[in-house]
Design a binder for this molecule. Structure first.
Ligand SMILES: C[S@@+](CC[C@H](N)C(=O)[O-])C[C@H]1O[C@@H](n2cnc3c(N)ncnc32)[C@H](O)[C@@H]1O
Length: 206
């Protein structure tokens, strides 16, 4: 699907992601991962700003990126609600020209499903994150339940057409094939949702 088409799809889904931000089960997981963010934080695919309530306001300086203008508008409202100072960038994550080693934390929640080349995007996070920094992820994908995974693989073409993102990604495999080094991971809901605490591997740039 062309990028403009994907942007239009996300522009139309703002209400859905504002409601996802009210889902208590998701919010428990958001809280668990986001409370670890500190310092200069880059949140990619920020959506409607559903993670904003869970940042420790005193410890973070957030830059948030999204290519959907409607999502950015909604996230700006959320930032104001939670009195969080955020710099917003409306751009394609894959087109960002960030300085290497410039963020303490990179945050991505429910966004890896959207990128056309997810391993390349993860490797960009690896470059942007400082040596001692963290890459904090909450991503959805295939299940350890074979029936569910089969169903997800079957419906993926339709899912992508409707939602603009994939539901058949093997998150663990993608991370394993990227430069990131996993410190800790947890899986929920038949292992569909993955929480991942990772660090960058700077050896790849030497
Ligand atoms: C599934 S939503 C998740 C939103 C939010 N992170 C959350 O947890 O609710 C994915 C978000 O990533 C954005 N997105 C997808 N691909 C993108 C890209 N290549 N560059 C920038 N933003 C992108 C979409 O516009 C959308 O807001």
């Amino acid at each position: 699907m062309e990028k403009d088409q994907r942007i239009r799809k996300y522009d139309k889904q703002v209400k859905i992601y504002e409601n996802t931000g009210k889902n208590q089960k998701f919010n428990e997981l958001r809280k668990k991962i986001i409370k670890n963010a500190y310092g200069k934080v880059l949140e990619v695919g920020v959506g409607a700003g559903a993670n904003f309530p869970y940042y420790n306001k005193k410890n973070v300086e957030i830059t948030a990126v999204d290519f959907s203008s409607e999502m950015i508008k909604s996230a700006k409202r959320a930032a104001s609600t939670y009195q969080l100072k955020v710099e917003f960038i409306q751009n394609d994550v894959d087109k960002l020209l960030m300085e290497q080693n410039s963020y303490d934390c990179i945050v991505s929640t429910l966004s890896l499903c959207s990128y056309p080349e997810p391993i390349a995007t993860l490797n960009k996070f690896n470059g942007w994150c400082r040596k001692d920094g963290s890459i904090l992820l909450m991503e959805h994908g295939l299940s350890s339940n074979q029936f569910l995974s089969f169903a997800k693989k079957m419906i993926d073409p339709l899912h992508t057409k409707i939602a603009g993102c994939h539901c058949n990604r093997n998150i663990k495999k993608l991370i394993d094939e990227s430069y990131l080094q996993v410190d800790h991971s947890e899986r929920y809901w038949s292992d569909i949702v993955n929480l991942i605490w990772a660090k960058p591997n700077k050896q790849v740039f030497t």
